[in-house]
Write a protein that binds this ligand. Structure first.
Ligand code: DC
Length: 232
């Protein structure tokens, strides 16, 4: 079996990360959550006070810091879960990047060409050797257009909002369902309509709508597709 590159793209909150993580574990592959990288840059901008009260961004300041090497985004292996967690200048930031403060601003950051250029390059380096499962929005279209397996995941917006609501609640970060649904819809729109690397299904990606699938059904399907691609 060869070491392949698996690109998992799709809408926000449809369980991409969970399924990609599980698949990587089953195959013994490296897992990279690229959304976490955009979230980490957003956290940096928030911490530096680069967003004003109306969420308008001081783009020049962020650009200067990125180009000056002041924003090092990486991954650190959690020794207990054996999963990579995002880091910002060496600090593990997983606990700070999933809340509504980051979620409601990350599309602004992800639309900036200089942010995308820096993160795309880093992602391509991480995947040079294959044996990787990477999830995001533009992995099959921009980062790895030649990936051996591409999956485009989606689910109905209400289903996704409910999942995110449950996830935040479980983490002790409750938020209003209506706000989350609004955020899911806004991000769908922004992700698919931005000028650089918009979210779209690659021509050769397999479509997976998991609105009515159990996690088990979904992971069986995915594992099967991965085995087929590895055997080719
Ligand atoms: O998957 P996520 O919800 O954690 O992603 C956070 C944001 O980052 C989302 O609004 C889209 C953006 N993103 C992107 O533009 N390109 C990627 N490869 C991954 C995420």
């Amino acid at each position: 079996m060869k070491n392949i590159t698996i690109a998992i793209d799709g809408h926000s909150s449809c369980g991409k990360s969970t399924m990609a993580k599980q698949l990587a574990r089953e195959l013994g592959y490296i897992y990279v959550d690229t959304g976490a990288m955009y979230r980490t840059v957003t956290l940096y901008a928030l911490r530096q006070g680069f967003f004003d009260e109306a969420s308008s961004l001081n783009e020049a300041a962020l650009r200067a810091d990125i180009e000056g090497g002041k924003v090092q985004v990486g991954f650190v292996l959690n020794p207990t879960t054996r999963l990579p967690e995002p880091s910002l200048n060496g600090e593990v930031v997983e606990a700070y990047i999933r809340g509504i403060d980051v979620s409601s601003r990350v599309s602004i950051i992800a639309a900036l060409p200089f942010v995308r250029a820096a993160l795309t390059l880093q992602q391509q380096k991480m995947g040079e050797e294959g044996g990787i499962v990477m999830d995001g929005r533009d992995i099959g279209t921009v980062v790895f257009p030649h990936a051996e397996l591409k999956v485009f995941v989606t689910a109905r917006a209400e289903v996704r909002a409910q999942r995110r609501y449950d996830e935040l609640l479980a983490k002790g970060q409750p938020a209003a369902y209506d706000d989350i649904l609004k955020n899911v819809r806004e991000r769908d729109y922004l992700d698919s309509h931005r000028a650089v690397a918009p979210l779209k299904q690659a021509d050769d990606a397999l479509l997976l709508d998991n609105s009515d699938l159990t996690r088990e059904e979904q992971s069986q399907w995915l594992l099967q597709k991965a085995r087929e691609a590895m055997a080719e």
